[in-house]
Design a protein around this ligand. Structure first.
Ligand SMILES: Nc1ncnc2c1ncn2[C@@H]1O[C@H](COP(=O)(O)OP(=O)(O)O)[C@@H](O)[C@H]1O
Ligand SMILES: O=C(CO)[C@@H](O)[C@H](O)COP(=O)(O)O
Length: 469
């Protein structure tokens, strides 16, 4: 049986056709998304249709089921005819930082963490809706329904039926959902929107059959509930206790499976649900893969060249530290920050050291995130490194030392789309547990090198000096 998994993430849509018996990828395709932190959802739909058509064309048979994993938190606000009232505001759009602060002032971080699992930052949907209400009341007045990117795409695949749906994983990133009860908190949404009460999608179980596809090429296929991209990756990897994922896409996301919901009043760890009925404590930064591509561009090289330069420098980049807050930052919560390079001298200002500082700076943020996940009580037996920038040799070589733990590098694959495909197979089968598909990979052992301590200390010192935290 063939199933289709879609990953609609920040930079692109990926479509994988997968053999549901063993998880083997039999066809795949990709289409780009526009740049920017606000995007017309029509662009995702166009990319999805193009990637699906291409993947299905290469598939050796009929698609029986499909699911979508989507970038989390994006605000898709629809009017009474189902059209977006404006472009969607994405997870990495920081304009709603003041609204996040207002929510915390009104309710207190501790209360919000225990009610919603989250302490608001600009990424979360509720702050974007509060921003819309305060800054574009003419648009807020027209909002009849609020969806997330994956909800909207699933609804498109089903031909825009009366009732849209979502899953508990993606819902847990909105700020108006309770992981403890598994229900929406409509009063928080109404308060953020000045008393307006838009319709919310129906919450579906992880293995629910949501609808049937109407898109030509996959008509009649079962549509699964879908989920957020990180939850889909967790499902695709089949995480076990002791596993911690470091995902280096546009965002840097660090997460681990958990049996209980978490509530971190510091706001560092977001208490999300996963796509299996369990939980997924997660730390997210705004700056990961693009730190490397921007540095490569500055050094007039490509990603391979950047990796070679970084590996030609000594650990610690001869004293250079990069705080890579190129798009502002979410963890730590510094929405207006810019990047800083510290420790420059005439002697260390080389392309090799700059490249090394970029890789180390990005990974130091991830190492801090692993520590925060460990602080929730999660066991950290190994790290699984995925996402576009996990393909970098320098990242693979430097990560184990900085993380202080063995790093497994699953064979390069689109794990979000694979997880979506697994959910589709699960929904179609109607079984109690998702299918188990083997994930192959290689291990980079942590080794005896202790130079990482110096690197992390220098990074922490630079952050304290520049940002006071
Ligand atoms: N070999 C590589 N080294 C470093 N970065 C890479 C490499 N290959 C791809 N990338 C980066 O990965 C990113 C895309 O990763 P992906 O996980 O698909 O992101 P997203 O899910 O946010 O769209 C791009 O920024 C790209 O530059
Ligand atoms: O906001 C988060 C997680 O809370 C991000 O991880 C988004 O879900 C986007 O992910 P990528 O496009 O980087 O995969």
């Amino acid at each position: 049986m063939l199933v289709l998994g879609i990953d609609s993430s920040t930079q692109s849509t990926k479509a994988l056709v997968v053999d549901a018996d063993n998880g083997a990828v039999v066809a795949e395709a990709k289409a780009s998304h526009p740049e920017g932190t606000e995007v017309n959802p029509a662009a995702w739909w166009e990319a999805a249709q193009s990637a699906i058509a291409e993947a299905v064309e290469r598939a050796p048979g009929r698609i029986e089921a499909v699911s979508v994993g989507g970038q989390q938190h994006g605000m898709v606000a629809l009017d009474s005819s189902g059209e977006p009232v404006r472009d969607a505001l994405l997870w990495n759009d920081t304009r709603s930082a003041p609204q996040a602060d207002e929510l915390i002032e009104r309710h207190g971080a501790e209360q919000l963490a225990s009610r919603t699992g989250l302490v608001p930052v600009a990424s979360f949907t509720i702050t974007k809706l509060a921003w819309l209400t305060q800054n574009e009341p003419h648009n807020a007045d027209r909002v009849e329904q609020v969806l997330l990117p994956h909800d909207w795409l699933g609804w498109q695949l089903a031909g825009r039926p009366e009732q849209a749906w979502t899953d508990h994983g993606d819902a847990s990133g909105t700020g108006y959902y309770s992981p403890a009860t598994g229900e929406w908190i409509p009063e928080l949404l109404a308060e953020a929107m000045g008393g307006r009460t838009p319709k919310l999608p129906k919450l579906l179980a992880p293995n629910a059959k949501a609808a049937e596809a109407t898109l030509p090429g996959i008509e009649g296929a079962t549509i699964g509930a879908g989920t957020g991209d990180n939850m889909a990756a967790a499902l695709g990897l089949g995480l076990k206790p002791g596993d911690v994922v470091v995902s280096l896409g546009t965002s840097g996301a660090v997460f681990a499976p958990a049996e209980q919901p978490s509530a971190d009043p510091s706001g560092i760890v977001a208490g999300f649900c996963d796509a299996t009925g369990r939980y997924l404590p997660l730390v997210c930064t705004l700056n990961a893969a693009r730190v490397l591509s921007s540095t490569a561009q500055m050094l007039e090289t490509d990603l391979e060249g950047l990796s070679e330069l970084a590996l030609a420098a000594e650990p610690g980049a001869a004293g250079l530290s990069l705080l890579p807050y190129l798009e502002g930052e979410r963890t730590p919560n510094l929405p207006d920050a810019t990047g800083t390079l510290t420790g420059l001298s005439g002697a260390n200002m080389t392309p090799q050291n700059l490249a090394r500082a970029a890789v180390e700076g990005m990974l130091c943020g991830m190492a801090d995130a692993i520590d925060a996940i460990r602080d929730t009580g999660a066991e950290v037996r190994r790290v699984l490194l995925i996402g576009g920038a996990a393909r970098s040799e320098a990242v693979q070589a430097i990560a184990p030392g900085l993380f202080g733990v063995d790093v497994d590098i699953p064979d390069p694959a689109e794990y979000v789309a694979l997880g979506a495909a697994k959910q589709a197979a699960w929904a179609h089968s109607g079984s109690a547990a998702p299918p188990e598909w083997e994930v192959a990979g290689t291990r980079k052992a942590v080794g005896a090198d202790t130079s990482h301590e110096v690197v992390r200390t220098a990074y922490t010192l630079a952050r304290k000096q520049v940002h006071g935290i």
